[in-house]
Write a protein that binds this ligand. Sequence first.
Ligand SMILES: C[S@@+](CC[C@H](N)C(=O)[O-])C[C@H]1O[C@@H](n2cnc3c(N)ncnc32)[C@H](O)[C@@H]1O
Length: 652
Amino acid sequence: MAFLPRHLCSLLKLDDLVEALDDVRGYDQRVRLVLKTLQANFGGIPLDHVQSEAKSAETSENLRRRADRLMLGAGCRDEEWFAALDMYQRSVARAPPKSPELARAYGNRSTALLRLNKPQDCVKDIDLALGVGYPEHLRANLLRRKAKQLKKMGRPEEADAVAEEARLWLEKVQLTDRKKRRLEERIDAATRDPDYETPESHKRQLQRLDLALDDGERHPQLDNCSTAVDLEYDAASRGRHLVASKTIRPGELLVLEPPYASCLATKRIYSHCSHCLARLWHSVACDSCVSALYCSDECKSRAWLEYHDYECRVRAQLLAMSMNDTMIFALKLTIKAVKEFGGVIKLRRETKNIAKCEDYLAKSFSKDGVYRSDRYRACYSLLSHSDRRRDRHERVQLSLSSALILYYLLKLTPIFGGSGSTRQGDEDIVTELYDSREALFVGKLIVQHYMQLQVNGALFNEYRNFEYFPIGGMLGPVVSLLNHSCNPNVARCSFIKDNRIYQAVYALKAIDEGVELVEDYGCRFPGTPIEQRRKKLAPYFFTCTCEACEGNWPLIDDLPSIISLVPEKDKCLEVVRAVVRSKRWERAITKLGLEYYTDDKMEILQTYIDSISRVNPITREPSRELTDMLEQFRQCFWYIYGNQFDYIPFLT
Ligand SMILES: C[S@@+](CC[C@H](N)C(=O)[O-])C[C@H]1O[C@@H](n2cnc3c(N)ncnc32)[C@H](O)[C@@H]1O
C-alpha cells in the first residue's frame, strides 16, 4: 500500500476489505464501508500516534543554530550556502509567529542571501527581522548589512541613511571599545566600498521574455485560447479535443492558461512557495502549520483565502503520515470547489445539476456559455475513467485514504458546518461521517479528483543545467482538452509571472485548418520505443493510433535523412539551406540553456521557426533533421519563456 500509514495496513485485514469493496459500487459507498469497518474493528480511526509537527521556539532555535554552523563552515561552493539557506527556511517555518526566534531566523538568513547574491531578498529579510523585534544589541550589524545591499542595488542615499541608523544603534550597545571601533569601520565601509555588482549582461540572461495572447485574438467561448483553436467532440474515439480553426504557423501561441489549481510537491516545501510554486529566497511562513512557506505576504493571504484555512491542519496530519502528493492535491481541489460554491451543500447541488445535463460538451461550460479556466465546473467534467479502473488494491487505497481525509476534515475544520472541534471522540466522528450524505459526497469527490489528476494533471517543472526538476502538479481545464500523439504538433511550456503559474501551448509545426492539436503525454516516437510508449500511456486508458504508432516509425538513429524525403527534387537546396541555418544555432542553444547567452534570444527562436516553416511543407515525415529541429525548437522555447532556476552564481 503505497500511500497509507503502514501500521494501519497491518492492523486491517486488507484482503477482506479488498473483497468487501468488490461488491460495493460508487466511492461514496466504498468510503462508507471503510469507515464502518474501522469503526467495527477499532471503535474509530487508529491514528492517535500520528502527530503533526507544531510550531516550536526550541526547534526553530536549534535549526537556526545548525544553519549558522553550516554557514560558518561554508566555503566557496554554492551548494553549501544553499544547504544553510534550506536550514534557515526550516527554522522560519517552525518559529512561532512574531517570536524572537523568528526574528533571529530572518536576520541570519539574510546573511546567506547576501552571499547568494540576492540583495533584494536580503533587504526584505532584514526588514522582516526588524518588523518582529530583532534584538536591539544586534541591530547595528543587521543595518550595516542592509546598507551594504542597498548600495549594491544602486540606492546610495538610502544606504547612507541606513548606515546612519546603524551608527545610532551602535552607540546604544555595550561592546568593548575595540569591537565597537571594528563595527564602526565596517559600517563606514558598507557604503563606501565599491562592491561586486551583477553585470548587466548577466541580469539580461535571467530576464524571461513575455508571452501574451492578443486581446483581439481571444476565443470568445474558450477561456485563455486564441481564435485559431476550437473544441470538438467525438464520442466514438477521441472524446473532446482541440482542433485548428484556421491555418496555424509554427511558434504561434494557442493557449495561455493559469491552472485552476496547483500543488507543491512535499519535497519542495522548504525551497518553493506553497502557493505560486516560485523558488523561495526570503519567505514568510503560515502562522499555524510548519509546512507552508510563501514567497510573499500576498501569496500567503491568497492561499489562506482560497484553501489553506481548511487545508492547513488536515494537510499537516496527512504529511505526518506520508500521504501521497496526488491525494493531497485532490484534497486541495476539493476545498477550492467547496469554497467556490460557498459550502458543501451548494456544491453538491451544483454537481447534481451538472450530472443532469445531457449535452456532453455543454456540461463543462459555465452559465455564460464560456468554458472557463477559473471555474470548478470545467474541472468537475474532466475525464477520470472511474468506470474502467479494475485495480482492486487501488480501490482500497483510495477508499481508505479518502476516509482518513474525511475524518480529519470533520475533526479539524468547519467544512461540514460545525466548529471542527466540538465532537466528543473518534467514535462520534466516524459515526457522523458515515451517516452524512454531505461527508460521503466529499469523500467521493476526493477520489474523483485523484483520478482526474492522474489523467489530466501536469507537472510544473523548473529547468536547471539541462535537467527539468518537478516542483509540483497543476490542473488546467483548457490544456486538459489536448489529446496525445507520439508525433505531436503542439507543445507546452510553463512559467510564473506576477505570482501566478501559466501554461502556454504553442505550435511546433504548421497546422492546417481542421487538423487536431495534439501534444505528447511524456513520450515521443523518436526517443521511446513503441512498447515503452504503450506502457507509459496505459494510465490514460487508450491505445495510441498516431501515424508514428500505426506506421511503426523508427527511433531517431534509424530515421532517414531529410533529403531522401523531398518529393520535388528542385526543393532540395531550400531544405538543405534551412537545415544548415538551424544547425548553426545548436551551440547558441546550449549557451542559452546554461544561462550564458546574452545576445538577442528571439533571433534563435525565429531561425527555428523559419527553418521549420520552410522544411515542414515540402518534406515527408519522419526525418532525422526535422526531428532534431523540433527538439531544439522546443528546448529553445523553454529556455526563453519557461520556468528556470533564477540564480546567478556569485563569482562569475
Ligand atoms: C487529458 S484528457 C484529453 C481530453 C479528453 N479527450 C476529453 O474528452 O476530455 C486525456 C484522455 O483523453 C483520451 N485521449 C487522449 N489521447 C487520445 C488519443 N490519441 N486517442 C484516443 N483517446 C485519447 C484518453 O481517454 C485520455 O485518458
